[in-house]
Design a protein around this ligand. Structure first.
Ligand code: DHB
Length: 357
């Protein structure tokens, strides 16, 4: 998906000058695209590979893996919500040994860059997972899921307290090869996400994945009971995008040099661009793949065009751009059609028509 000169065939590739260079460097890893999958939404990438070449993505972020095989929660596990989805899968998975033998081996054979997401019930379990991965190798980074909302006890959500979040990250850091980047995946369900970010960075996190799902609830008014067997679940999809963006913004403002993988309801290149402007170096696409399995590839192409249309040659150059409050010197847009509207000095009710769209 680089901007190579190609004529005919795939229309996405025909006009290279309309696409910005999509290469980014994420915690020292060179990626051809800032677009990744989101953990839990694409398993280990096999199913998506039937729709597009997964090696063209920045990386596959695998479903959080635990030490032992796990059946997960009873059904129903998913429920549609306005502009979103509530899920309580319960960390179903084959366990780390089978994951390494089958899924990780397949990803390596396929040549896909891989970020392995891990989840434990105790601090010690995270350490054992990291040690197993250290022995196996064959991946590019670890995402430490300390924020799964679907645990029996809310006290088990390590990311809800700075101290427990830091303990997990410190243990994973000590048990891993020092060259492996570690991304801590944080929960938005806290009073101050910057405080949690600070704690995990001090504990050795290389970067942050922002954000995990929000804890939610749906009640079926026919049965008059919670819809999900697990009662509560994790809310994802476009409904949470402004919350996710706010978290990326706050954390990037506090720690501008810390790499962030942004996620939460991204379904277009323009959505992805918002996250990069807020300070994310890469983005994960999750819920969108359930109705459009090719979404990550489409979003990659759309992003390359959106960035170029704003006069930038490289996606890398828009990272954190929205924080440059005094720098209104945006390069001339390549196409007037996509020009950023000038800020309005006055507003009338007519300016707010979009609210009813
Ligand atoms: C699960 C759900 C999530 O929303 C999440 O972030 C991690 C795990 C699950 O139920 O498996």
């Amino acid at each position: 998906m680089s901007a190579a000169v190609v004529t005919g065939g795939d229309p996405d590739r025909r006009q290279p000058t309309e696409q910005a260079d999509t290469g980014v460097e994420l915690a020292g890893i060179g990626l051809p695209s800032p677009v990744l999958t989101a953990s839990g939404c694409a398993a280990a990438g096999r199913e998506l590979d039937a729709f597009f070449d997964i090696t063209e993505l920045g990386a596959i972020v695998t479903k959080s893996i635990m030490l032992k095989p796990r059946a997960g929660r009873a059904t129903p596990r998913m429920s549609e919500t306005p502009s979103g989805m509530l899920n309580s899968i319960g960390l179903q998975g084959p366990g780390i040994d089978a994951f390494i033998e089958n899924d990780l081996a397949w990803l390596n054979e396929r040549g896909a860059r891989t970020i392995v997401s891990i989840a434990g019930e105790t601090v010690e379990e995270y350490g054992r997972l990291a040690a197993k991965l250290r022995s196996s190798g064959g991946f590019d980074a670890i995402e430490v899921n300390i924020s799964c909302p679907n645990v029996a006890d809310r006290g088990q959500v390590f990311a809800c307290r700075a101290e427990s979040a830091a303990q997990v990250v410190q243990t994973v850091r000590r048990s891993s090869d020092s060259r492996i980047p570690i991304f801590a995946k944080l929960s938005p369900d806290v009073t101050d996400i910057v405080e949690i970010a600070d704690a995990v960075i001090r504990a050795g996190a290389t970067g942050l994945s922002l954000i995990n799902t929000l804890l939610g609830l749906v009640i079926d008014t026919t049965t008059m009971r919670p819809t999900l067997a697990g009662t509560t679940g994790g809310l994802s999809g476009p409904a949470i995008r402004p919350v996710a963006l706010r978290c990326v913004w706050q954390v990037h403002q506090a720690f501008p040099t810390i790499p962030i993988i942004g996620m939460g309801g991204i379904r277009s290149g323009r959505d992805a661009l918002e996250f990069l402007l807020a300070g994310a170096t890469a983005v994960s696409v999750g819920t969108a793949v359930f109705h459009d399995p090719s979404a990550p590839r489409r979003i990659h192409t759309e992003l390359a065009r959106e960035v170029r249309a704003r006069g930038f040659d490289r996606v890398q150059d828009v990272i954190g751009f929205a924080h440059r409050a005094d720098d209104r010197d945006v390069p001339s847009p390549a196409s007037a059609q996509h020009a950023t509207p000038a800020p309005q000095e006055t507003s009338s009710l007519e300016d707010w028509d979009f609210i009813t769209e």
